[in-house]
Write a protein that binds this ligand. Structure first.
Ligand SMILES: Cc1cc2nc3c(=O)[nH]c(=O)nc-3n(C[C@H](O)[C@H](O)[C@H](O)COP(=O)(O)O)c2cc1C
Length: 210
């Protein structure tokens, strides 16, 4: 069968300071792996903040939990059929670490190396209305400049309309709410939406590339 002939390469590339986006990234990757023939790789982008500052911010120990995840370089991006990016919100936008990574993709842009690939974004904020949607949709602008096909989270994922608790989750991408002290962890509903997003993006790539 044709679907056995071509594997679909999915990259999940994230930045996380305290681990919330990392947990979401794992869920996104798990969802992508459900798609037949998907080969899923998880990467983080390089840290820019000095260790002393991270330690003061209480982030050094949290970051040790995903120190084993390889660090991405821009030249790996053309290998993927779908790329899902995860970032915490910084003042309603993506984190500088992710921006720095994307700002090194100019040569790929010049070659059109990402045109037609599936691009998708997930995020985390401290607060419920702290800029999840602005982070996701402003991130999409960069992906559109690269000519990527944007995948969000359609409302066929029932978790988006779950009203029984405070929850992240938007049609633009999966989200979690870390809480003002960072103690809240991604909930089952938020992780379910993240898995859906990974599956959805990988499935679209599968339809486009196989
Ligand atoms: C400089 C800075 C700016 C931030 N800006 C926002 C913001 O605009 N809205 C918000 O809700 N949370 C904001 N946060 C909180 C982070 O989004 C939160 O720590 C993050 O989502 C947790 O994800 P992580 O554990 O993967 O790092 C900010 C944090 C920092 C350090």
């Amino acid at each position: 069968m044709l679907e056995d002939l071509v594997s679909i390469k999915v990259q999940v590339i994230f930045y996380s300071m305290y681990g919330h986006v990392y947990r979401m990234a794992e869920a996104v990757a798990a969802g992508a792996r459900e798609v037949s023939g998907a080969e899923v790789s998880l990467y983080q982008v390089p840290e820019l903040v000095p260790d002393a500052v991270l330690e003061k911010a209480g982030a050094l120990a949290a970051r040790a939990a995903f120190a084993h995840i390889p660090v991405a370089t821009p030249d790996i991006l053309p290998e993927a059929h779908a790329i899902l990016f995860g970032t915490p919100t910084r003042f309603g936008n993506m984190a500088a670490q992710m921006r720095n990574f994307l700002d090194q993709t100019g040569a790929l842009w010049a070659k059109g190396a990402l045109i037609g690939k599936v691009g998708s974004v997930f995020a985390s904020t401290a607060t419920q209305h702290g800029g999840q949607e602005t982070t996701l949709t402003s991130f999409h602008t960069t992906l559109l400049h690269h000519g990527m096909v944007i995948a969000g989270v359609p409302y066929s994922e029932a978790g988006l309309v779950h009203m029984g608790e405070i929850t992240g989750g938007t049609p633009y991408g999966a989200t979690t709410i870390a809480g003002p002290d960072g103690k809240r962890q991604p909930t089952e509903n938020e992780l379910k939406i993240a898995r859906f997003q990974g599956h959805h993006a990988a499935e679209i790539a599968s339809k486009l590339f196989r």
